[in-house]
Design a binder for this molecule. Structure first.
Ligand code: FAD
Length: 529
């Protein structure tokens, strides 16, 4: 791994190690730019590990006529699936029709329907949903994902967990992605292509002198100055703070912070499909099979004041989500069923919409040269569009450096993703054959996390003891060392909640043992250095 000397002038200093910062770092490094990325905490420690984890077009954005965004995201789904068949896979979504449900016609599309057909006021009729799904199928060119179909809930197994009386549903396709691993793999690939990735490194100020930015950064071992020809502000919820407090620029552009919370319960149903439920407030909530033994439910839309206020799922949000899904499920979900919750803040481009639900999910990139050196500010975006956002960022970057580079990421698998879509089962079987001491679930987890890299991670291991200390739930020293060496993990939380989700399974004693082991390893390594 090549690392930039702090006294070198790099082309790009990227502020923020979420999906947008890491996606831009990877793309730029692959085009030959010298890149340094600074993340003040862990990679994906903010919004990019707190999403609903879908590569989706966003069915509900059709009601806001966000054609460009929906089309780009729909087309992107299959490009991304091919590049990362380990951490993402197709999923079917079941949308039960509940034509009796009345809701506030808050979206532009539902207001038009209410105007044209007043007797439908407050309803999202089945035919309107079918038209929306027809558009959804056609806007994105599909080769892998099946299109929409109708489901008879009285006979299909997906009807079983639902309240009696629900008769009809539509089923459509979108994709799952492990958001936090997506970030780590982008950072790993960026580093393999020459970028320097600095975690626990906060950019505190930046001044432009003679066309070059001098940025002060706070690292674990003290302050350092990094010089860069261009800044990329990919600070997500902190984008406004970086503009005002780090670069000292004055701009009217802002981000609107909208919190979204999710709750996790033990597995609520046996099949592997998701539900898309509509509420009487016009909102929608997903219910998704999660980490084999759990169910993920979300999300909410609540304005959030400051990026520095840690987002937490409030008891009101938890109760709202329980009530929402209990209107559909035959066994109600109670607050006591919630085993974990998480919350994140959407850094939305402020388009002046009154409601948090209506604010645009599209991204905006703004180049500011007013300080005497360029800064590219990134606002908004979705996990699904990170690669396209990075390509758009590269157009601004190329224009600034007067270079003409080629897009390359559409056909380049992420680390471990060099196998066909749908091939994860075969890969897990191969891993199991090579290492018979694993069990099926363990092999599947490793393939879903690391793809073909799982082979390299376990190379030479003939017995479980060859993997070093075992912390429980299949988490061994071998995997931890891999994560610390290749994926910038530095603490037990990084490993248990972002590089893996073993935090859901490991008890607190094992988590503490892991943390102590990491601290001891770090101190023995620094003694050897
Ligand atoms: P972040 O991930 O927040 O990264 C910004 C980083 O900058 C942070 O890690 C922060 O620590 C760092 N930083 C800030 N200031 C500094 C500084 N001064 N120095 C160094 N580092 C700094 N999108 C989808 O496509 N599909 C979904 O299903 C989906 N669901 C969502 C559900 C919810 C509830 C939310 C909140 C969002 C969802 N999104 C979804 C949107 C998506 O998660 C976000 O658009 C995306 O993660 C934003 O990434 P980012 O890199 O801009 O921000």
């Amino acid at each position: 791994m090549r690392s930039a000397q702090m006294d070198d002038v790099v082309d790009l200093l990227i502020i923020g190690g979420g999906i947008n910062g890491c996606g831009i770092a990877r793309d730029a490094a692959g085009r030959g730019y010298s890149v340094c990325l600074a993340e003040m905490n862990d990679l994906a420690s903010a919004t990019s590990s707190a999403s609903t984890k879908l590569f989706h077009g966003g069915l509900r954005y059709l009601e806001y006529f966000e054609w460009r965004l929906v089309r780009e995201a729909l087309i992107e789904r299959e490009t991304l699936l091919r590049a990362m068949p380990h951490i993402s896979w197709p999923m079917r979504f079941v949308l039960p029709l509940n034509e009796d449900m009345r809701f506030e016609p808050a979206t532009p599309a539902s207001r038009i329907v209410a105007g044209l057909f007043p007797w439908l006021r407050g309803r999202r009729p089945g035919w309107m949903i079918r038209i929306g799904l027809g558009l959804y199928d056609r806007l994105g060119s599909r080769q892998i994902l099946p299109g929409t179909s109708s489901v008879d809930l009285t006979t299909d197994p997906v009807g079983k967990p639902l309240k009696p009386g629900m008769r009809k549903a539509f089923e459509y396709s979108d994709c799952w992605v492990d958001d936090a691993r997506l970030v780590a793999l982008n950072a790993r690939d960026a580093a393999q292509r020459g970028a320097t990735i600095l975690t626990r490194t906060k950019v505190t100020s930046a001044q432009a002198r003679d066309g070059v930015w001098r940025a002060k950064v706070q690292t674990g071992s003290g302050p350092v100055t990094i010089s860069a020809r261009m800044l990329v502000n990919a600070a997500g919820p902190w984008a406004g703070e970086v503009i005002r407090n780090v670069t000292g620029l004055d701009t009217r552009e802002t981000v609107r912070l909208v919190r979204g919370s999710h709750i996790v319960t033990r597995r609520l149903f046996d099949h592997d499909k998701c539900y898309f439920f509509q509420g009487d407030d016009g909102r929608i909530v997903f219910v998704i099979p999660y980490e084999a033994d759990f169910t993920l439910i979300g999300t909410t839309d609540v304005d959030h004041k400051s990026p520095d206020t840690p987002p937490l799922c409030t008891s009101e949000e938890r109760d709202y989500l329980c009530r929402f899904v209990s209107k559909y499920l035959s066994t109600p979900v109670e607050p006591a069923d919630v085993v974990w919750s998480y919350s994140g803040v959407r850094p939305l481009y402020d388009d002046g919409q009154a409601s948090a639900t209506a604010a645009t999910r599209d991204y905006k990139l703004k180049l500011d040269q007013s300080a005497g050196a360029p800064v590219l500010n990134v606002f908004g975006g979705k996990i699904t569009t990170f690669r396209r956002l990075a390509e758009t960022a590269m157009r601004h970057i190329d224009a600034n450096f007067k270079r003409s580079t080629q897009s390359w990421t559409a056909d380049a698998p992420l680390p471990g993703g060099n196998f066909p879509v749908g091939g994860a089962g075969k890969l897990a079987a191969e891993l199991l054959e090579r290492h018979p001491f694993l069990d099926r679930k363990w092999a599947e987890r490793l393939v879903r996390g690391y793809g073909t890299d799982a082979m390299e991670m376990l190379a030479g291991a003939r017995a479980i003891t060859d993997l070093g200390v075992h912390f429980g739930e299949g988490l061994t020293e071998r995997e931890i060392v891999w994560l610390m060496t290749h994926e910038f993990a530095a603490t037990a939380d990084d490993i248990l909640w972002r590089r893996t989700k073993l935090g859901l399974r490991l008890d607190t004693v094992s988590a503490r043992t892991l943390e102590r082991w990491i601290v001891d390893r770090r101190s023995s390594n620094s003694c050897l250095a």
